[in-house]
Design a protein around this ligand. Sequence first.
Ligand code: APR
Length: 175
Amino acid sequence: MACAARMQVVQGDITGLALDAIVNAANSSLLGGGGVDGAIHRAAGPELALFCRNLGGCKTGDAKISPAFRLPSRHVIHTVGPVWQGGEAGEDALLASCYRRALEVAAVNDVRTLAFPAISTGIYRFPADRAARIATATVASVLASDESFERVVFCCFDAESRRRHVDALQEVVNG
Ligand code: APR
């Protein structure tokens, strides 16, 4: 199936999605935080932080997998986005790496359906338009060469973020 047909934008709370995995916008400790990280840890229960304590943290741009415990999904793929520092510190490449590494970790764990939040666009202050273009282009490029993914969802927390991802995805599809 064409990669555009396998990508979807929705608006809502990522913790409510029942997929093979949801992606968490974590910090390098993997011990929880605010934003979507806080929501995922609250919904998953205390077992998540206990499990992640043994993962040895996560570098910016990398990704690690855990069970989802009380969440409706099977796994959580934790990735650490870049903090926006003006755009000259390699932030674009690091954000693209979050999406690419999360998909690599998904592929080796038989994850075929997964959802991403808008990584780095909250507390880490990455410009949301720029992030949406990086997110959709990176996912599209991976899906173009990997048929194993059935569905990748961009789960946006508000209407503005949803609109950004719809527009960015349209740009990617139109080429
Ligand atoms: N479902 C989906 N998206 C959500 C949810 C949710 N329940 N809660 C927040 N978001 C959205 C935000 O609106 C934003 O668009 O997730 C996006 C990422 O924002 P943050 O959660 O602030 O993540 P980020 O900007 O990557 O900052 C990461 O924040 O929570 C801490 O521990 C985390 O230190 C890390 C930092």
